[in-house]
Design a protein around this ligand. Structure first.
Ligand SMILES: *Cc1c(COP(=O)(O)O)cnc(C)c1O
Length: 414
């Protein structure tokens, strides 16, 4: 994580001290590094150089307009899962022809919006959705470009909540049904079958399941060709993991190279949909210690960030490194790092060996993915500010919410 490093013992984002950011914008505060975002995207783009390929950033991982803007300027496309995300990427300057629309529950209104926008492809996840999309397209006098998201029934070996490629998951169409569904799609007058798609899960640390899934997809592609259905693109999905603690995620090269070899000479455009890998290590959550509470059983450090800000530890039991912004020589003891929310599940880290004092600043690392996007207003807590560092400049890219905004849509009884 070279974008976040110490200078004279103080943690910086690029050239900016996190102490200065806390002073200027308050805490809790999300801090992103433009350089880290660009470097992560470039690692994919470099690997795909020379191929007809498009990196479609999975917007749900971090949908701040500034993040989308950084990627759009560098030629990335986008993988969206809702009409809201479509509006966002358009607001950030995305090219409609670089947008793919995934998700199991697209509404008619969302389909209409995407059809009038003219996106690259709908990743369709069921027979019922195929029928609906054909009907909606017919109503608008349009033809919808479609891929089927095929569930290859491989075990991604990741957390059950973020594993999506097994038979029992709700995602995609069953592998054994896919061929018949493609034939059905090819017959529907307002659909144009253009691709095939597969996304097996998130935070994968082993390239093997990706290759296993691809083998099945390529076998299916050959069957489809025998049926006279020739596809234009293959979408490899997202899911490549990052380091939170001591994981050893594959390089993008080690992840993509075996798949590019398998695809070989087939004339296919290649899409990838990385989310976490592009943003996860490009962001931290900055928080301040409010109170220290030592006891016989446990020591609690109550900080001003909470599960409503970063849900992952409470939701998945995820581990994020938590480090002091100013490193000092004091002796460490184990702390439960908890927030002010009234839930025992409101923890950000457990048993962390730290030397803490009241008012200390802490950085929760690797918080750029599935952080702010999952935050809520639980306990009527305003959502935190987001800033993006670019060299020695800091841009406020989402201001902290005001309390009145939290109930502005509500009304007392007449
Ligand atoms: C969530 C998601 C992604 C991105 O997953 P990451 O693990 O963040 O890379 C890509 N494609 C689809 C369809 C998704 O739902």
């Amino acid at each position: 994580m070279s974008a976040f490093a110490r200078r004279d013992g103080v943690l910086h984002a690029e050239s900016v001290s996190l102490i200065d950011i806390a002073r200027q914008f308050g805490t809790p505060c999300w801090v992103y590094s433009r350089q880290a975002l660009e470097a992560a995207l470039e690692e994919f783009q470099r690997e795909l150089l020379g191929f007809d390929a498009l990196v479609c950033y999975a917007v749900k991982a971090n949908s701040n307009l500034a993040v989308l803007d950084v990627f759009a300027r560098r030629g990335a496309g986008f993988d969206i899962v809702s009409g809201g995300e479509l509006r966002r990427v358009l607001a950030a300057g995305a090219n409609p022809q670089q947008i793919v629309f995934s998700g199991v529950g697209k509404s008619t209104a969302e389909m209409e919006l995407a059809l009038t926008t003219g996106i690259l492809c709908f990743n369709v996840e069921s027979a019922a959705e195929l029928e609906r999309l054909d009907m909606v397209a017919r109503g608008l006098g349009k033809t919808a470009p479609v891929s089927l998201r095929v569930n290859p029934d491989v075990d991604a070996g990741t957390h059950p909540y973020i594993s999506t490629g097994l038979k029992e998951n709700k995602f995609g169409v069953a592998y054994q049904d896919a061929r018949a569904l493609y034939r059905q799609a090819a017959r529907l007058p307002n659909l144009r079958v253009t691709g095939i798609d597969c996304h097996i899960g998130s935070q994968l640390l082993d390239p093997a399941p990706f290759a296993e899934a691809l083998d099945k997809i390529l076998a299916l592609l050959d069957e489809l060709a025998a049926d006279g259905i020739v596809l234009h693109h293959i979408d490899l999905g997202g899911g490549l993991g990052i380091r939170y603690r001591d994981e050893e995620p594959p390089t993008v090269h080690a992840y993509l190279q075996p798949m590019l070899e398998k695809i070989g000479q087939r004339r296919l455009q290649i899409l990838v949909e990385p989310g976490r890998r592009l943003v996860g290590n490009a962001g931290v959550l900055l928080t301040r210690v409010e109170y220290l509470k030592t006891g016989d059983a446990k020591n609690f450090a109550i900080v001003d960030a909470a599960m409503n800000d970063l849900a992952r530890p409470a939701l998945y039991g995820s581990w994020h490194d938590i480090v002091p912004v100013v490193s000092g020589p004091a002796t460490s003891i184990p702390w439960e790092i908890v927030g002010p929310v009234c839930e025992s599940g409101d923890f950000l880290g457990r048993g962390r060996e730290l030397a803490l004092a009241d008012g200390d600043l802490l950085a929760i690392l690797s918080a750029g993915a599935y952080g702010m996007v999952m935050s809520s207003n639980y306990n009527s807590r305003p959502r935190a500010a987001e800033v993006m560092v670019d060299g020695s400049a800091v841009h406020l890219v989402r201001r902290r919410e005001e309390i009145e905004e939290l109930y502005a849509l509500e009304r007392r009884l007449p």
